[in-house]
Each structure stands twice: as C-alpha cells, then as structure tokens.
Write a protein that binds this ligand. Structure first.
Ligand code: FEO
Ligand code: CA
Ligand code: CA
Ligand code: CA
Length: 650
C-alpha cells in the first residue's frame, strides 16, 4: 500500500483496557494549581517559543526553525509509510532471528501452524514478543557476540494464530480447551542462546540455557506479601508458589545478571464474579470485571475468581528470572508492588542501594520507584537478589513548579492504616493502587517505560497517550486534553560532587518532548528545532539507550495516525536534543517493542509484535516475515546491524 496520510487502520484494542479507567480516586490532577498560577513550566515554554534559545536544546512549539544545529545521529531517515514490510535506514541490515513457533528447547518440533499443540508451543518461541534483554555469555562479561536473549511473550491473538475467526471477539467466543492450552503455553518468555557470526546472528540449537517460561512454569512469591492469606489458593496452601506469569510487557536487567520481567494487563484473564468475592474493591480498582478478553476460566478453574477468588492477587508483580540457571525458579518480588507494571528499570545508586523504576500503564495511573534498604555488593552475585525483598516503594507526585516528590507506601504511615483496610505491608503491596490513591500522587497519561540514561543519569518517563483526559484535568505534566499522541518527561535526581541520588525523596522534572505532528499547531507538539517531516511520531512506548546515551524510542499506536509504528532516535542533550529521527518502521498491524543494544552498541534487537493484528489468520494484512501462503504473520525478534559493521546510529 502506498502511503496515504488519511488512511486509518481499524485499530484492535486487544491489549489495553479501553473501557473507563479504573482510577476514580479523588486526588486532584493539579488542574487547580495549573489554573490559578502561572507556573515556572509555562513561563519556560513560553520563553523558548519566542526566542532563539533552541540551539541550546530547548523545546519549540513548531518545527518552523532554521536547521542550524546537528544531531549526533548520522543515519539517513526513512520516510513515514504504511505497508506490509519492515523498513530500516539505508546501510543497515535487518535479520529475522526468532519467530513465533521457532525451536527453543532442544526437543521442540518444527512449527506447523495447521497442527498446533500446547505440547509443541511449550517448547517453541511464544507469541507476541515484547521486552528483550541481551545477557552476555559468559555471564558477567561485556561480550557483544555471544549471549542469551531473554524475550517476553506478552499476549496472544487467537484470531491471527488460529484459522476460522473473523476477529478477536469471534476468536474469544470460539475458545476451546485446546486453544486455551496453546495460548497459556504461548505466554511467558523465552531464553535463547545466540551467537554472532560475521554479518549476522545465529540461534544456538539446543543451547544449554534455552528454555521457555509460560503460564505453567512453577514460580515463587517472595518479599513482604509472600505467604499472606490473600495469596493462598486451593492449589497452594502456602501462598508462595504460583504457576506462571501473565502479560509480561516491559522489563529490565539487574546489576547481578538477572532479568526483571513485568506483569502488565493481568486483569483481562480473570472471569467469574469479582463483586461476589472478598476481594471486590481490590479487583475493581484493577479493572477485573468478570468480562475477560480471554475466557480461559471456562476450562481452567484458576482463571475464574468465583472458583478461585485469590488467584488474581498472584499476578501483577515484577518477576525476577536468572537466565543463566535453568534450574532456578522465577521469583515474583512483591516488595515492588502490584499493578500493571510496564517495566522495571534498575540502577545502582551512588550509595550502593538499588533503585527500580516502574510505570503503571493505564489512563490516570502513577509512576513508582522502589529503593532497597541494603546495598549492592558485586562479590555477592545472585545473593544481591535479596535487595528486591527489603526496601521502600514510592509513588510520584509531580508539581507544576518542576518539583517531584516521592511518597513512601509504608504500612502504618499516614493513611496506610487498618482504618483504611491495610492491616500490614502485605495489604499495601497487594492493593498498591488503592494505597497510592490515599497519598494523592499525580494521575498520568498512561505511564509506559521508565529508563535511565547511562551517561547523564537522568530518568525518562514515557506517557503514551490518554484520550480520556478532559480539558479541566489538564496539568503541566499532562498538558493536553484528549492526548492522542503521548509525551516524554525528563526527571533529574539531585546530585552532589557528581554523585547522583536516585534514592532521594525529591527530584525535578522537565518536559522532554510532546509527540504529534509539529506542522499542525493544534496538536501542540514539541520537539527539538531540527525535527524533519519524518522525524515526528506518536505514542512512544519503550525506550532504550545506546552506549553513548542516545535515546531510541519504540512506538505503539502511530497507525491510528496513518503511519507505521517503529523506532525514532534522538540525542538528549546538545543541539540534537528531542530532535527525533526516524530509523525503523514496522510491517502493517505491528507495534515495535523490546529495543535492546549489545554492550558495544553494534547490534540493535527489536521485537515486531502482532504483525497483521488488523486482519486474521485466513486473511492476514501481511504474511511478514515468511511471506509464504501457508504461513500466518509471525511476531518476531529482528537483529539490526550496520552493513560492514560499526555502531548503530554512528
Ligand atoms: Fe504492554 Fe504498556 O504496553
Ligand atoms: Ca508497552
Ligand atoms: Ca526499555
Ligand atoms: Ca508495547
């Protein structure tokens, strides 16, 4: 299809809760503050809009400025498009490395989409690849030519996986015990050994670390909520043993070589009658309404809250996985809270404590960070994992004057008492959202990834969009009503003598960019001055930083504006700040996930998720990546390299 700016995909909203947001807490969205006072933020933006300070990296309301400054990113941009192909900047190669159904376990059968089984899927690469971590081999090295790929499998699209369904609604209605079992096996994550050979990468067949994690994998709960009565089920009287993980979206890796994978939209898997359970208020706050997108509860009791009222409390956590030890059970770390975690980004603070940032991805939800009590000791290896069980979870309250306060979610402090239904820290963590509401944090426009810049130490919070924000709910941090485009906020932790304090109770913030089309003044887009016609985008989702500290932005939702999803890259400082450049575009129906670099910055892994989601198995809108008549589109991981070698982006 040729590019038509007016073409609009029938967007499938399978993996987000498109109903009313579940945050009805009365905390203000700062509209009062924004309305009654001329904020420093507004003054700053106004100043930059009318002066020539943009060469120093300021925001501009339109792109109508002379291109006097240069980005450090030297690739030639690709144009906006919308077709059935993957596009990458000239001079770069794109190798499809792992597709849905590819062999992971040594004994996995060949993929046959016409003869699928749960047994086969449990050993093959799962569906809808999302977060990617490149974990070097040997462990602890900086190797960039040999390693493990840890890849999330966020969710399933049965209308594209199986023949005979017009759309996702028909596929849900047609779910059988057999297709449900395949879908359970297609969720989770894959760990696959890979090696670089010359200009490309190869999967190591039968690699000793290769394994699949699914909804049937034994996992443990640890931390303050583990063993609590509210986590006990008929299958688990200890409240410490869970089968599997759900809807793993973003993630991160730890300094001791494990992966943190984040359970996001867990609500859409639980049927039954939540209002009739002791967890009614809790489940309502998370959007569990007894109308699941996946009607698995008809076949598997634990996905029916009437039959198993506590099972849903065992999902919505950050899961730690040691990719280097296939015998080690994944661990759900309850101290990091229970919500729709987009990601989990670790950083060692200057004082040695571990800080983990995470967003809660729903309209009007919050941004969180966890700060460990203990300090990281490189000599202790995996024993450092205990840091994730003992610390304080904070939620962010932004102010229009540029300050951020981190409010502690500690049982017994402030309103987090028995009078409000919190008998212990376990209750605070199981109902993180309801506890946070009482502290009145800032309701944001769908917090997605949170990433730290390894060079500057600044922290970036991605807000993907919020079409439900009304004009009277606009604030300095979420500055547009019916925000269809999303924005990125820059957080600056305090620092002293070059030591950055991620654990501090107060940060400052600034608007990094507001996405949308800068040529349309009504959209109030804000980029660096040199952004081009194809440099603008919408709906930022996941971020990765290259070794030079440049930001690579993956999008989810740009097709709603007539353009493929993909990757845009930018400097965060200097002349090219927030002047995004278009590097990669997805095939039709897909979003781009999991951007991850090798330590040398010479390979860039991306996950192409749900290609052809806008069609179905029988009539796909693309057959990417195989383009074979008998093969449906397959979500896949792609390795991007510079032809002839060299750093991505240069
Ligand atoms: Fe799975 Fe927040 O996207
Ligand atoms: Ca996401
Ligand atoms: Ca990321
Ligand atoms: Ca995504």
């Amino acid at each position: 299809m040729t590019y038509d700016p007016h073409y609009r995909l029938p967007r499938v909203l399978k993996n987000e809760d498109d109903s009313n947001p579940s945050n009805t807490a009365p905390n203000a969205t700062f509209s009062e503050i924004a309305a009654t006072r001329f904020s420093r933020r507004a003054a700053l933006t106004g100043l930059l809009a009318t002066t020539a300070l943009t060469a120093a990296g300021g925001l501009v309301p339109t792109r109508a400025r002379a291109a006097t400054a240069e980005s450090s990113l030297t690739f030639t941009e690709i144009p906006h498009a919308m077709d059935d192909k993957l596009h990458v900047a000239e001079g770069y190669s794109a190798q499809v490395l792992l597709r849905w159904g590819d062999k992971v376990a040594a004994d996995a059968p060949e993929f046959d989409p016409a003869q699928q089984s749960a047994e086969a899927q449990a050993r093959q690469f799962g569906y809808n690849c999302d977060f990617i971590a490149f974990m070097p081999l040997p462990a602890g090295s900086n190797a960039s030519d040999h390693g493990l790929l840890f890849v999330n499998h966020e969710y399933t699209n049965p209308h594209v996986m199986f023949p005979g369904f017009a759309d996702d609604k028909a596929a849900a209605e047609g779910t059988t015990a057999e297709t449900a079992a395949i879908e359970l096996a297609a969720h989770g994550a894959s760990i696959v050994e890979i090696k670089r050979e010359g200009d490309g990468w190869m999967v190591v067949d039968g690699g000793q670390f290769n394994r699949r994690l699914s909804l049937n994998t034994e996992m443990e709960l640890s931390g303050p909520a583990a063993g609590h009565d509210r986590l006990k089920t008929s299958a688990d009287s200890t409240g410490r043993n869970v089968l599997g993980m759900i809807n793993n979206c973003g993630g991160g890796s730890t300094p001791w070589g494990t992966v943190l994978t984040a359970e996001e939209n867990f609500h859409q898997y639980f049927g039954g009658d939540p209002a009739g359970t002791a967890e009614a208020a809790n489940y309502k706050r998370y959007g569990i309404k007894g109308e699941p997108s996946y009607p698995w509860g008809k076949f598997v009791d634990r996905f029916d809250v009437t039959k198993e009222p506590n099972e849903a409390n065992r999902f919505g956590w950050v899961v730690e996985v040691n990719p280097y030890d296939p015998a080690q059970k994944p661990v759900k770390r309850t101290a990091l809270g229970r919500f729709k975690h987009e990601a989990a980004t670790s950083v060692i603070n200057a004082d040695g404590r571990l800080v983990v940032y995470s967003g809660d991805d729903e309209r009007f939800e919050y941004v969180y960070k966890f700060v460990s009590n203990g300090t990281f000791d490189p000599a202790k290896g995996f024993e450092n994992a205990a840091l994730l069980d003992d610390g304080t979870l904070y939620v962010a309250k932004f102010a229009a004057d540029g300050n951020v306060q981190w409010l502690p979610l500690v049982h017994g402090e402030g309103p987090l008492t028995e009078a409000n239904g919190f008998k212990s820290q376990a209750d605070v963590l199981i109902e993180t959202r309801r506890a946070a509401d009482l502290l009145e944090p800032t309701k944001m426009d769908r917090p997605e990834d949170v990433e730290t810049d390894p060079v500057s130490g600044k922290v970036y919070v991605v807000l993907t969009k919020n079409d439900k924000r009304k004009a009277e709910q606009v604030d300095a941090m979420n500055a547009r009503p019916e925000n269809k485009w999303g924005h990125i906020i820059e957080l600056t932790p305090p620092s002293k003598d070059g030591k950055i304090d991620h654990a501090a109770a107060a940060f400052t913030w600034d608007m990094f960019l507001q996405a949308g089309n800068p040529a349309d003044a009504a959209q109030q887009a804000k980029y660096g001055a040199t952004v081009s016609d194809s440099g603008w985008f919408a709906n930022p989702d996941n971020l990765a930083f290259d070794p030079k500290g440049r930001m690579w932005i993956a999008t989810d939702g740009f097709p709603d504006h007539g353009v493929h999803d993909g990757v845009w890259a930018t400097d965060t400082a200097g002349a090219g700040r927030a002047a995004t450049k278009h590097f990669l575009g997805c095939p039709q129906g897909a979003e781009l996930c999991g951007p991850a670099f090798t330590p040398d910055g010479k390979t860039f892994f991306v996950a192409v998720q749900h290609p052809g989601e806008d069609g179905n198995y029988d009539q796909p809108t693309t057959r990417w990546p195989d383009f074979a008549d008998n093969m449906p589109p397959r979500p896949s991981v792609v390795a991007i390299m510079k032809k002839g070698g060299g750093e991505i982006g240069a």
